[in-house]
Design a protein. Structure first.
Length: 135
């Protein structure tokens, strides 16, 4: 349980911070160009709690799945593979669906997917460090 809580804390903090950097800083100018698809800043602020709830449940699932499948193999490779798998399921699929449903510009979707690859690889390494075995 100690490892689970430590990994959960790391993933929750990192995912919250990295999502802010990606979506609140790096992609913000691009999002402003498609503002009709977004909540205005005042309305977004009233929904910020739901972001934290989302990060909470993402982190819970992220660590839970990793903890159930961790093997006695080198931790770094496991963490990177896991981050890649989560990226495919959570980011590539989500933004591809958004692109099909909403009129997002392709370059924005590609940047979302690219930035989130880096994020999920870092999250995978973060959880793998906590669960590392003798390697």
């Amino acid at each position: 349980m100690k490892k689970f809580l430590a990994a959960f804390g790391i993933v929750f903090v990192l995912s919250s911070l990295l999502n802010f950097v990606i979506h609140g800083v790096l992609l913000k100018p691009l999002y402003q160009q498609s503002s009709q698809l977004m909540r205005d800043e005042l309305d977004a602020g009233t929904h910020a709690m739901y972001l934290m709830v989302g990060f909470f449940f993402f982190s819970l699932g992220f660590v839970w799945i990793y903890a159930r499948g961790v093997e006695d193999k080198p931790w770094m490779g496991q963490g990177l593979r896991y981050g890649l798998a989560i990226w495919l399921m959570a980011s590539v699929s989500r933004y591809s669906i958004y692109y099909a449903i909403q009129p997002w510009p392709a370059h924005v979707v590609l940047q979302q997917i690219g930035y989130e690859l880096v994020m999920t690889l870092l999250l995978g390494l973060g959880v793998a460090v906590v669960y590392r075995t003798r390697y």
